[in-house]
Write a protein that binds this ligand. Structure first.
Ligand code: BES
Ligand code: MN
Ligand code: ZN
Length: 489
C-alpha cells in the first residue's frame, strides 16, 4: 500500500474520503465537496458514513470520516481513525482513495500531524502474512494500492510520515518474524536474518553453542539440549551516539523459536501458537532495525537468545541442576519454564559485557500474565521506579499499555530450592508471572532493569486497533518512543 501526500484539491473521479472534525461538519468547505451532509453524520470520533457526491463530479464514492472534537484530537486517536478508514475502504475492495483534510485548524494538532498519523494508522493496520497461501483467491490481500492524502501542508505531512514509515517497517519486520513457523525460522535462519541487518550499519555477532559453553552459559544451553537446532546468542550493536564510548542502553529478548515445553510437554491444543515464543526477541530486532534506519543518536545493544525447546533423548529432565554464567545453580523442576533459563544467561552476559545504562528485557514468559491481563496490557516488572514510569509513559504514547506488578522478597523466597541456589518455578501456588520476574531479577545484579512479559500481546486471537489478528509487533513502537524521548537530543 502506497502512501502519498499532495496539495488540497478535490478529486473528480474514484473514491474521496473527507476527514472532518465535529466542529466543522457544517462548514463551507464540506458543503463545497458534497451535495448534502447526511443528517446522521456529526463528525464523531471514528464514525464513517457514505455521502452523495456533488452533481458535477463523477465520483464512485464519498466517505465522511469523523475526527471527533478538535480539542480531543491526539496522534493516538488519529492512528485509530486511519486504521478504521483503511479497514472500511478495504472491505469495499477499493484500490485508490483520496483523503481530503481541511479541518484541523485550531485543533490540538496541526493538519500535517493529523494527516501523517492517519496514514501511519492505516499502514500499521494494513499488514498481511500470506506468503504460504498459494490459492490466489484465498490469499488475504489488501485491496488498496494507494492512499493519497490531500492537504495544504502536504510537504510537512510527507516528511513526518517518512519518520513514521521507518517505525512501521520495524513493526512489520517483527510481525514477520513472529508469523514465521519454526521449520522456516530456525535458530540458524533467524541468526542469518539478523546478520543481514548489518547492511543498515548494525554490528552483528552470532555466538554458537561452543562459544556459549566457553562463557559458562549452562542455563541457556540446557534449554536447547533436546533440539536438533543449534542454540545461538545474537548481539546487535548500534553505536549512533556522538560519544562512541558512552554506555549503551540494552534490550534483551527471549527467542524460543518453538516451545513444546520439553519433557514437561505442553498439551496439544494451541501448541502451534508456541511458534510465537520468540516475540520478545522480534521486538528487539525490530527496534534495532528502526534505530539504525533512522540513524538514532544513541548507543544501543540488542541481545537475543535463540533456542528451541524440544523433548528428546538428549533433552534436559525435570530435576536436572544447571550452572548459569553467573555461577548460580538452578534446579530445573519444569522444563516448560525455559524462557527464564534463556534470559538468565542473556541478561548476565549483557550486564558483564556492556555495563549498560539500563537493561530492558521482553519475553513471552508466562501463561499467568495472560490470565491477569489478557491481550490488552503487557506486564511490567522493574527494580527502578523511574525506568518503570518512563516505560509506562512510552506505552501510553504508542498505545502499548503496560501494567506494573510488585517485586518483593516474599515472592523471591518462593524460588528457594533445597538442592540448588534456586529452582526455576515457584514452590507455592499463584503469582506465576511475578515469580518468573523474581527469577530474572537474580541475574541482573545492580543494573537498572525492567522486564516486559508480553505473552498475551505478542500474538492475538482477534484484531486490535492497529493490528490484524496474529503477530502484533508489540514493543517496537514502545521501545522506540522510550529511547527517543528519554535518550536522544
Ligand atoms: N512460552 C510460555 C508462556 C506462554 C504462554 C507464552 C501462553 C504465550 C502464551 C512459557 O515458556 C511457559 O511455558 N511458561 C509456563 C511456566 C510454568 C511452567 C511455570 C506457563 O506459563 O505455564
Ligand atoms: Mn515454556
Ligand atoms: Zn516459552
Amino acid at each position: 500500500m502506497k502512501i502519498s501526500f499532495s496539495k488540497l484539491s478535490f478529486p473528480n473521479t474514484g473514491v474521496a474520503v473527507i476527514a472532518v472534525t465535529q466542529e466543522n461538519v457544517n462548514s463551507e468547505t464540506l458543503a463545497k465537496f458534497i451535495a448534502k451532509s447526511p443528517a446522521k453524520f456529526k463528525g464523531k470520533f471514528g464514525h464513517i458514513v457514505p455521502a452523495s457526491p456533488p452533481q458535477e463530479h463523477d465520483l464512485d464514492l464519498i466517505l465522511l470520516v469523523g475526527l471527533g472534537k478538535k480539542t480531543e484530537i491526539s496522534t493516538a486517536r488519529m492512528r485509530k481513525v486511519g486504521a478504521n478508514m483503511m479497514k472500511c475502504l478495504n472491505a469495499n475492495k477499493i484500490a485508490e482513495a483520496s483523503i481530503i483534510l481541511d479541518e484541523g485548524k485550531n485543533a490540538s494538532l496541526g493538519n500535517s500531524t493529523i494527516a501523517a498519523h492517519l496514514a501511519y494508522g492505516a499502514s500499521l493496520r494494513a499488514y498481511t502474512f500470506n506468503k504460504y497461501i498459494t490459492d490466489k483467491k484465498k490469499k488475504k490481500k489488501i485491496s488498496i494500492k494507494e492512499l493519497n492524502f490531500r492537504l495544504e501542508e502536504s510537504d510537512i505531512a510527507a516528511s513526518i510520515y517518512q519518520g513514521l514509515d521507518i517505525i512501521k517497517e520495524g513493526v512489520f519486520y517483527a510481525r514477520d518474524l513472529v508469523s514465521e513457523p519454526a521449520n522456516i525460522l530456525s535458530t540458524e535462519n533467524y541468526a542469518n536474518r539478523c546478520e543481514d541487518l548489518a547492511a543498515l550499519g548494525l554490528k552483528v555477532q552470532v555466538l554458537g553453542e561452543k562459544e556459549m559453553r566457553k562463557l559458562g552459559m549452562g542455563s541457556l544451553l540446557s534449554v536447547g539440549l533436546g533440539s536438533a537446532m543449534e542454540s545461538k546468542l545474537v548481539v546487535l550493536e548500534w553505536n549512533g551516539a556522538e560519544d562512541k564510548k558512552e554506555k549503551p542502553l540494552a534490550f534483551i529478548g527471549k527467542g524460543v523459536v518453538f516451545d513444546t515445553g520439553g519433557i514437561s510437554l505442553k498439551p496439544p491444543p494451541n501448541m502451534g501458537d508456541m511458534k510465537s515464543d520468540m516475540g520478545g526477541s522480534a521486538a528487539v530486532v525490530g527496534l534495532m532495525k528502526v534505530l539504525a534506519t533512522r540513524n538514532a543518536k544513541v548507543n544501543v545493544v540488542g541481545v537475543i537468545g535463540l533456542v528451541e525447546n524440544m523433548p528428546s533423548g538428549t533433552a534436559q529432565r525435570p530435576g536436572d541442576i544447571v550452572t548459569s554464567m553467573s555461577g548460580q545453580t538452578i534446579e530445573v523442576l519444569n522444563t516448560d519454564a525455559e524462557g527464564r533459563l534463556v534470559l538468565a544467561d542473556a541478561l548476565w552476559y549483557t550486564k558483564e559485557k556492556f555495563n549498560p545504562k539500563l537493561m530492558v528485557n521482553l519475553a513471552t514468559l508466562t501463561g499467568a500474565i495472560v490470565v491477569s491481563l489478557a491481550d490488552i496490557y503487557a506486564g511490567l516488572f522493574s527494580n527502578d521506579d523511574a525506568l518503570a514510569n518512563n516505560l509506562i509513559e512510552a506505552g501510553c504514547d504508542t498505545g502499548e499499555k503496560l501494567w506494573r506488578f510488585p517485586l518483593v522478597d516474599e515472592y523471591d523466597r518462593m524460588l528457594d530450592s533445597p538442592v540448588a541456589d534456586m529452582q526455576n518455578i515457584g514452590n507455592g501456588r499463584g503469582a506465576g508471572s511475578i515469580t518468573a520476574a523474581q527469577f530474572l531479577k537474580r541475574f541482573v545484579g545492580n543494573a537498572k532493569w525492567a522486564h516486559l512479559d508480553i505473552a498475551g500481546v505478542a500474538m492475538i486471537k482477534g484484531e486490535n486497533d492497529l493490528s490484524p489478528k496474529g503477530a502484533t509487533g508489540f514493543g517496537v513502537r514502545l521501545l522506540n518512543s522510550f529511547v527517543k524521548s528519554n535518550f536522544e537530543k
